[in-house]
Ligand binder design. Structure first.
Ligand SMILES: [Zn+2]
Length: 265
């Protein structure tokens, strides 16, 4: 069984860690690192339109602060998980009980905005420590995707201290260069969609997790806000990558649906 789980990190624009703060900022484009949300708000509209048009059910990991800034209208009725409250690094130092407090507050905020208690999560920066999965389980999160794993013929979701973990694949491409299941380099103009299709073609059984960021539809780290023309090209690349993966016989589904199909709990 080939299961395709498209995932979207709904982050503040071009997020970066800010020294001395647990809250992330945005890449400095001359006005400082205060968080920005414009590209993320535009990008989530573009992405959900593409995914709907292609009939692809995705899983969204929304940062609570970003969602309250951009609004949840594009995400109501979809599988919306958490991604921290302020894009915190959960391998960092928190006061006792602090991680649980922040993660639970993020769940409450997302529930307020979407009308549904989140059951999925991805940790910001893909940084997860051993103490986090049991906390996630305590606050009602059942599915997580915060780890990486080398590409193999079979990549199955697995139980991890109370949650079902869905690793993001890492491989070497035909030229021996590292490729990760994140569309980041494609949005930056450094990889074609075919590289991701080729990676997906190597897996025969399990869940192929592909990830992107909402803001990356409208903004590049290298070059800033994209032109209308570049935004269209970017959208077409996303369509091409997804269509190519579906053509391999993959079935697109959310993390909970995939866990159910593979019988993992
Ligand atoms: Zn993030």
């Amino acid at each position: 069984m080939r299961s395709f789980c498209f995932t979207v990190d709904v982050d503040r624009d071009a997020n970066i860690p800010v020294p001395g703060m647990s809250q992330a900022g945005s890449y400095n484009r001359g006005l400082g690192t205060a968080p920005r949300f414009r590209s993320s708000g535009e990008g989530i509209g573009a992405l959900t339109e593409i995914l709907d048009e292609m009939g692809v059910k995705a899983t969204y990991f929304a940062e609570a602060r970003t969602l309250s800034n951009i609004g949840a209208h594009h995400l109501v009725g979809r599988e919306v998980g958490i991604h921290g409250f302020d894009h915190e690094d959960f391998t960092g130092t928190f006061p006792p009980g602090g991680k649980k407090e922040v993660l639970n507050r993020a769940c409450e905020a997302v529930e307020d905005l979407t009308g549904k208690r989140p059951r999925c999560s991805r940790m910001p920066y893909m940084k997860i420590s051993e103490d986090v999965p049991p906390i996630l389980a305590e606050i009602g999160i059942r599915y997580d995707s915060s780890t990486y794993r080398d590409m193999e013929k079979e990549i199955l979701p697995y139980g991890l201290a109370g949650v079902v973990e869905f690793p993001v694949p890492v491989a070497n491409d035909a030229s021996g260069k590292k490729i990760v299941g994140y569309l980041w380099p494609m949005h930056e103009g450094k990889r074609p969609p075919g590289d991701y299709i080729e990676m997906a073609s190597r897996m025969e059984n399990g869940t192929f997790i592909l990830a992107t960021h909402s803001w990356h539809m409208s903004e590049r780290i290298d070059g800033g806000y994209v032109s209308k023309q570049d935004a269209k090209a970017n959208e077409n690349n996303v369509r091409e990558a997804i269509a190519g993966i579906l053509d391999l016989g993959y079935e697109a589904e959310t993390l909970p649906d995939a866990a159910e199909r593979f019988g993992v709990r």
